[in-house]
Design a protein around this ligand. Structure first.
Ligand code: AGP
Length: 617
């Protein structure tokens, strides 16, 4: 979604801003802009389209200053055009702002500004007008005070970044429900919506908490609350380096990230066992736990809340928790949760799953549950993210930075995280002996090697993609642990190739969807060996009988039977545990979507209309 970077104290701030925006491109955007403050005027250049368009405009009309802010916009209010691109400057030309999120009461605020003329259709512009008005009302210019007064009038979610003509070495930022990081290194002050924009300058960063406002100068930064009292942000060291955020020879980040899965899964499994004080069998532990085990023993229900791909990982999590820990689990689309009347109490455990830890739907659903005193455990990839900070317990996936919009390595590590949580709950509640838990963990340790074998199928998958890249409609079917993977396969295909794809529980086909099958329809069937395999074979026969072309994702134990019925079979190694099967079976589907999309010439890493981190509801 929108990206922000601000720099003050660097000779050529614009060059740094453009580099930072380039690192934020993966978030998804439709226009970009920059404003500089040289103490004489605020100069703005903004363009609809990709950063390349903005770069060309800057080549024709260079901006020089040591302070500036840049923005990539993902349109919410007003179409993506030059006018609505950020930054927005107030009519007197004294204050400029960029904004991520939505100011929900912007119409009311605009009305309160009388006959002020607005240059855009955005909700964001009002923040520049308000800041200019508050500044004008002060005896001494003080952007920090003005911004404090502005944010006390705002409703909604925002990270805001301001510059003012009278304070050429200052950037002021404010955060509420949208991420914002500040940093200082070598006489330069920075702010950004995402550490990716800052990693080339420093790994020591501070994430603002909701309600915090920071003044950034070349000397450093100070953080206050809305009343002006000093407060502490969340300071941390980023644990990955620049290399991890580069393509490293791959054509696309998505392909690189697909190939990083063996390592990412191995890292997520690493060091999960702790020897108890005083000796004994090692026990599985969570990274940060602010819950006591007694509380977890009293849990009688689990809600897994997540969106998109993370939701599909949660569906595997349900199977694992119910199987190992024996607790009933509901998996729910996070954006729906707080708009009904979920039965949540202190004995309900909520597991919130998110790669970014910044998805507003998931954060809001988790805090709705916390309001009802339900303990929350988050399963997140980004260290120090909002969801990680707000939860009572955190389990980190160690996938490293995921840049492609289409989630791949985050998904497989989330499944592994869900398996760990299932085992952890079983251990805490005495449903499994520590030796059983460590035995399953040892088996999961074989998954990375099995993933390497699956990646060797790339050539075969590419041929299939070549054959079916024009197939207008693809159906994915599965049962048990195959169903979330069918859903993930359909999501991957539609988000990057823009082809219509749907997933169904294989047993549901005869209750309606099978009517869609006509000669030549492509059906992808998840059919590894396991307790639902024979049922899958029947479902494959049903679609085959109606003329479908079937691509079966099988395993060594199911391949012989599958070859009798399917047109194509991709054979995976047998997983070390049936519940680890989804980690393997999703990989050919990721590769299939990737090859279909590249064959169709689509922008794989930044698919249209999509954003990597969805910070608006
Ligand atoms: C998956 O490819 C998508 N990018 C999307 O569905 C994503 O999983 C969803 O927006 C949730 O994001 P999160 O994991 O960062 O919360």
């Amino acid at each position: 979604m929108c990206g922000i970077i601000g720099i003050t104290g660097r000779e050529d701030a614009v060059e740094g801003i453009i580099r930072g925006l380039t690192r934020l491109e993966y978030r998804g955007y439709d226009s970009a802009g920059v404003v500089t403050n040289n103490g004489r005027d605020l100069r703005t250049i903004k363009r609809a389209g990709k950063l390349e368009v903005l770069r060309r405009a800057l080549d024709e009309q260079p901006l020089a200053a040591s302070t500036g802010i840049g923005h990539t916009r993902w349109a919410t209010h007003g179409e993506p055009n030059d006018r609505n691109a950020h930054p927005h400057v107030d009519p007197s030309g004294r204050v400029a702002v960029v904004h991520n999120g939505i100011i929900e009461n912007y119409q009311l605020l605009k009305a309160g500004l009388g006959d002020a003329r607005f240059a855009s259709d955005t909700d964001s512009e009002v923040a520049a007008h308000l800041a200019a008005r508050e500044l004008a009302a002060l005896d001494e210019p003080d952007l920090l005070t003005a911004v404090r007064r502005v944010v006390s009038q705002l409703e909604g979610a925002y990270s805001l970044c301001f510059v003012a003509l009278d304070e050429p070495d200052t950037i002021v930022v404010a955060k509420h429900e949208a991420p914002l990081i500040v940093a200082h290194a070598d006489g330069v002050g920075y702010c950004a919506s995402d550490v990716a924009a800052l990693i080339e300058h420093t790994r020591q960063v501070a994430a603002l908490l909701d309600g915090q406002i920071a003044r950034i100068t070349p000397e450093g930064f100070e953080v206050v609350d809305v009343d002006g009292a000093p407060v502490e942000p969340h300071r941390y060291t980023v644990d990955w380096d620049l290399d991890a955020a580069e393509k490293q020879g791959y054509d696309h980040f998505m392909l690189k990230e697909i190939h990083e899965q063996p390592q990412a899964v191995a890292d997520t499994l690493l060091d999960r066992l702790n020897a108890p004080p005083g000796g004994g069998v090692p026990r599985l532990h969570l990274d940060e736990l602010r819950l006591d085990e007694g509380e977890l023993r009293r849990i009688d229900k689990v809600f897994i809340l997540a969106c998109g791909t993370s939701l599909h990982a949660g569906m595997v999590g349900k199977l694992a928790i119910e199987h190992w820990a024996g607790i009933p689990v509901d998996v729910e689309v996070a954006s729906e949760f707080r708009y009904r009347d979920p039965i949540v109490d202190p004995h309900t455990l909520v597991i919130a799953i998110s790669q970014s830890g910044e998805t507003i739907d998931t954060i809001a659903a988790a805090s709705h549950a916390r309001d009802q005193r339900a303990p929350v455990i988050s399963l997140v990839n980004v260290v120090g993210s909002t969801l990680a900070r707000q939860a009572d317990g955190v389990l980190y996936t160690h996938a490293g930075p995921e840049v492609a919009v289409a989630s791949t390595k985050a998904f497989t590590t989330q499944i592994v995280g869900c398996l760990l949580l299932g085992l952890y709950l079983a251990q805490v509640r005495g449903r499994m002996y520590a030796t059983e838990v460590s035995d399953i963990l040892a088996r999961l340790g074989q998954v990375p090697a099995a993933l390497e074998q699956v990646l060797d199928l790339d050539g075969e998958v590419r041929e299939l993609a070549e054959r079916y890249h024009d197939s207008p409609y693809t159906m994915f079917i599965g049962r048990h642990a195959g169903l979330p993977i069918a859903m993930e396969g359909a999501l991957k295909l539609k988000e990057i190739s823009y082809l219509h794809a749907e997933a169904f529980p294989a047993g549901e086909m005869k209750h309606g969807p099978i009517a869609l099958i006509e000669p030549g329809s492509l059906v992808v069937a998840l059919a590894p060996a396991g307790h639902v395999f024979t049922k899958m074979v029947s479902n494959i026969q049903e679609v085959k009988a109606r003329g479908a072309a079937v691509l079966a994702i099988g395993s060594q134990g199911s391949v012989v039977a599958l070859k009798e019925h399917a047109d194509h079979v991709l054979t995976l190694p047998e997983p070390p545990h049936e519940l680890a099967g989804p980690v393997l079976s999703v990989v050919p589907l990721q590769l299939f979507s990737y090859h279909v999309a590249t064959r169709r010439g689509e922008d794989v890493d930044q698919p249209r209309n999509l954003a990597k981190t969805v910070t608006v509801e």
